[in-house]
Design a protein around this ligand. Structure first.
Ligand SMILES: NC(=O)C1=CN([C@@H]2O[C@H](COP(=O)(O)OP(=O)(O)OC[C@H]3O[C@@H](n4cnc5c(N)ncnc54)[C@H](O)[C@@H]3O)[C@@H](O)[C@H]2O)[C@H](O)CC1
Ligand SMILES: [K+]
Length: 541
């Protein structure tokens, strides 16, 4: 689903009003309809028995709130609307909404932070509507301001909180909190969702998001080109590589996983397992020779082989064997459990430099780039997918201090010509062209050692099966998160392990159309439905 920035929203608004002749007040009225519908759904009793408080800013977000207050009042809800800020700053449309409100016999009251009677009304309201700031929030909210007081009041009330467009205090383009922000239960956003709903703290403050159409012509919305999109099931379904019914193990690609060091025998195994359980034809696993027996015991489907070793990690002497194996493979997954031995680091640089094969670089493979980012730059034009968490990202020159993860990921991917998978809550996949895909699956149960290794194997496997590099990364992240959600639903986020994520992959794959296979269809007169028919029906579902 594409996401729109504040500038893009303003431009859409302008085109709709100036070019298509739709009065902006009509857009506001329709925006209010979305808030009202959600509020009515959430009321615990019939409207006449319920109270609502609407806190409005002076901008058009406030105008949406004022209109919603009138509509709720007309439905019989006991509603009061408060203006946070000054009447002189009301925009033209917000002013018109204030006039319509007073025509119904309801006044827009001035919000006074110390007014106990107003606070009590908010405190006993079943629904609180937050219409203080929308996409127009442009600076930090001063902690001493009435805005901050209103936001804290909303956050301390018992009633259900609905934010109009976006939680007040959240920056629409980044998800950063500018001082303080409303913690919403629901957000009704207009026309398109914004990055601030999906990334950063904004994702934690939005609650459930509903995208509400407000009458901006569809052609305008379609024409908007967005550089940020969310990844949902439909994306995953389309990206999942189709399996040739008559394919053989060579058809589905070969992955070579290189990693492991003494003390890190689980990581390469988990990466290889991630690859084995997501469809690629063959998985080889090159590890230091002292680890080989351990891996051989653990792996049934992946094929471990020993490589020359130095001080418990891989030695540069492993290179000839490695080259030979890599020549047979389609994708290299490099780094899980590799350690930071000097020899292993040199090996990473050599491989980055000399192979034209796609590389998924993770963990110590990424750490090896610290101070040597030129090795990555040298691969421009070849496929390199990096999967750092924040610590690794910072180590290789990523910039997170501004709090804008989308920008951080995008700038890095563009600068170094790679695909960057920035792991964390709502993992981002950034492309060298500057597009960013925001993942929507996953939970805190994935924040455990070994989880990233599974992801590395998954991405490598999908790439080996012929997806594009971007699809491999975004689909891999989605599948990993979805399998994690399924594992958590059964085992809890506390108890689940990376192995459980692997065990849940079949279900995640089935959800996106992975249940393929065909039995030869042969009917008999007492069984008119062939096995192949019922399978086909299942697949269509
Ligand atoms: N785009 C559309 O299609 C429609 C949008 N609607 C709603 O309008 C808002 C955007 O309205 P806008 O007037 O541009 O901005 P805001 O209401 O969000 O706020 C602007 C207001 O706030 C002041 N301000 C900004 N930051 C601060 C701060 N930190 N402290 C104090 N004051 C601040 C700023 O100076 C302005 O006065 C959009 O989100 C939708 O909800 C339409 O109603 C429907 C069409
Ligand atoms: K708001």
């Amino acid at each position: 689903m594409k996401l729109a920035t504040a500038v893009q929203m303003r431009e859409l608004d302008r085109l709709a009003t100036e070019e298509d002749g739709i009065p902006s007040i009509d857009l506001m009225e329709q925006a209010a309809d979305g808030i009202v519908q959600t509020a009515l759904e959430l009321l615990p009793r019939r409207p006449g028995k319920c109270r609502a408080a609407v806190l409005c800013g002076a901008g058009n977000n406030g105008g949406d709130g004022i209109s919603a207050a009138r509509k709720l009042f007309l439905k019989g809800v006991h509603v009061r609307a408060f203006l946070v800020g000054s009447y002189e700053k009301l925009t033209q449309d917000a002013l018109e909404e204030t006039r319509r409100l007073s025509e119904c016999g309801l006044e827009l009251e001035h919000f006074e932070p110390e007014n106990e009677e107003q606070r009590a009304w908010c405190g006993k309201s079943h629904v609180l509507i937050d219409a203080i700031f929308g996409v127009g929030l442009s600076r930090e909210i001063s902690p001493e301001s009435d805005f901050a007081a209103a936001i804290h009041l909303i956050n301390h009330c018992q009633g259900t909180v609905i934010s109009a467009d976006i939680s007040s205090g959240v920056e629409a383009d980044t998800g950063r909190i500018l001082g303080c922000a409303v913690k919403a239960d629901r957000t009704v956003t207009f026309t398109l969702a914004k990055p601030g709903h999906a990334v950063g703290d904004g994702a934690l403050y939005a609650g459930d998001v509903t995208v509400w159409t407000i009458g901006i012509p569809e052609k305008r919305v379609k024409a908007l080109t967005s550089r940020v999109q969310t990844v949902h099931e439909t994306y995953a379904r389309e990206a999942l590589p189709r399996r040739k019914e008559d394919g053989h193990k060579g058809t589905f690609g070969k992955v070579l996983v290189i990693g492991g060091a003494v003390g890190y025998s689980g990581a390469p195994y988990l990466a290889a397992s991630g690859a084995v359980h997501s469809g690629c034809g063959l998985v080889f696993l090159g590890v230091p020779e002292s680890l080989w027996a351990v891996e051989a015991m653990k792996c049934i489907s992946a094929m471990p082989f020993p490589l020359a070793e130095k001080e418990g990690g891989l030695s540069c002497k492993a290179l000839p064997d490695l080259r030979e194996k890599l020549a047979e493979c389609d994708v290299l997954a490099l780094g899980p459990g590799l350690g930071h031995g000097e020899s292993a680091v040199r090996l990473v640089h050599t491989l980055l430099d000399e192979t034209s094969k796609p590389i998924v670089l993770d963990a110590d493979g990424i750490n090896a780039l610290e101070g040597h980012i030129d090795s990555l730059d040298g691969r421009r034009g070849r496929v390199t997918i990096l999967t750092p968490h924040d610590g690794e990202f910072l180590r290789i020159g990523g910039e997170l201090s501004h709090g804008d993860r989308v920008r951080a990921a995008r700038e890095f991917a563009i600068r170094h010509g790679c695909i960057l998978v920035l792991k964390g809550h709502r993992t981002l996949t950034a492309t060298p062209e500057g597009n960013v895909l925001v993942n929507t699956t996953g939970n805190s149960g994935l924040a455990k050692g070994g989880s990233g290794d599974v992801l590395t194997g998954l991405i490598a496997s999908l790439l080996a099966q012929g997806t594009t590099a971007v699809q491999a990364a975004a689909l891999g992240v989605w599948l990993h998160g979805r399998a994690g959600d399924l594992a958590a639903s059964r085992l809890t986020a506390y108890a689940m392990t990376p192995k459980d994520v692997i065990s849940a992959l079949p279900e995640a794959l089935i959800e996106i159309g992975g249940a393929c296979g065909a039995q030869m269809g042969m009917r008999t007169n007492d069984n008119p439905v062939s096995a192949a028919d019922s399978l086909r029906q299942n697949r269509r579902r």
